[in-house]
Unconditional design. Sequence first.
Length: 73
Amino acid sequence: MAEACSKAYNLLNARIEWASPENTWKFALGATNLTEQKYYLNKFDLTAFGQPTVEGQPGAPREWYLQFTRNFN
């Protein structure tokens, strides 16, 4: 039988950022869920409503990003 509640989980995220001395430019590189943790954001036990299933919404896998910012002030 599937579990009706989501188990506790930990996620490891990282970000490194550089800014120019005048703060005109910023560059950042980051990642979320570095350890590829498999987890559910939520689960719904539908057996109380006569359905033979437990449904869940899986969490996001590892994702990388690169960010460029330009300040015009």
